[in-house]
Design a protein around this ligand. Structure first.
Ligand SMILES: Nc1ncnc2c1ncn2[C@@H]1O[C@H](COP(=O)(O)OP(=O)(O)OP(=O)(O)O)[C@@H](O)[C@H]1O
Length: 252
């Protein structure tokens, strides 16, 4: 039973790498259904937070709970199985395979059926994987080699792979980085709609304030290894310290 009102709750996270304090008492609560953007200057500890939540880094102090369950010392594979998926800044795809083949490779890994001689195209998950590609608007490129696709399409396929794990929470590092400006909003439209349909809450690190303003329900501002503010995009993006330290503009 989930005794916590939050989907994910981080309390007092601390980690240092040599002389660098990458998390210095991080406190953050994420509510189910409220997409959260993480913003902040380079080196503030944003990616470190995602790494702690996915089990890749163990904090020296503090606790992370997912649906009230302590996951601080849990292995990444187990964290993924209980409902936290991750998508990276650079999509982790096999570029010399087609989009559907990438989906089917992920389906094989999910089921633990990693036989190199298996007839991938006849896997029972093919229908499900085509449906996921369809959800992210990539069904028409299912048989195209990933190397031929745009960065935006690769990002969407990477998200479709993450959704194959049936997560409740998807953590993304800069979902629109490397995507042509004209394509960014289109990608985010598809992404946010797909995640809402799949009932997945998104947390995304983002440097583009236009994306934050349009697609986040809440924004957490990272600075010096901790969360300095949290609020709606309207509240946060007009905060004088955020304008000065993160957006880099003149304070009115
Ligand atoms: N594995 C590591 N070993 C040593 N130092 C690290 C490690 N991971 C992160 N750091 C350092 O910790 C600090 C926070 O890094 P992190 O990548 O979390 O910041 P960030 O806010 O995501 O930055 P950016 O916006 O540039 O991606 C940085 O100074 C970084 O160099």
């Amino acid at each position: 039973m989930n005794a916590s009102p939050y989907l994910l709750e981080a309390r007092d996270l601390q980690i240092r790498f040599g002389g660098v304090v990458a998390a210095d008492g991080v406190d953050l609560a994420i509510t189910e259904g409220r997409n959260l953007a993480i913003i902040g200057p380079n080196g503030a500890g944003k990616t470190t937070f995602l790494n702690i939540c996915t089990g890749w880094i163990k904090p020296s102090r503090g606790r992370v709970a997912f649906r009230g369950r302590d996951i601080t010392r849990m292995a990444p594979r187990k964290i993924c199985r209980i409902g936290i998926a991750r998508a990276f800044q650079h999509p982790q795809l096999f570029t010399e395979h087609t989009a559907i083949e990438n989906m089917l490779i992920a389906a094989s890994a999910r089921s633990g059926r990693q036989n190199p001689f298996i007839d991938m195209h006849n896997l029972p998950e093919r229908g499900e994987m085509m449906h996921l590609l369809d959800m992210v608007g990539c069904a028409d490129v299912a048989d195209r080699m990933v190397v031929e696709l745009s960065e935006g399409q690769r990002k969407l396929i990477d998200i479709a792979i993450a959704l194959a794990m049936k997560p409740a929470l998807l953590l993304m590092d800069e979902p629109t980085s490397g995507v042509a400006s004209a394509e960014k909003f289109q990608i985010m439209d598809i992404l946010v709609k797909t995640l809402a349909e799949a009932k997945v809450t998104a947390v995304f690190v983002e440097h583009d304030m236009g994306i934050v303003e349009n697609y986040a329900d809440e924004v957490a501002v990272w600075s010096g290894g901790k969360v300095q503010f949290k609020g709606t995009p309207q509240e946060v993006l007009q905060h004088p310290e955020v304008i000065r330290d993160v957006i880099g503009g003149e304070v009115a």
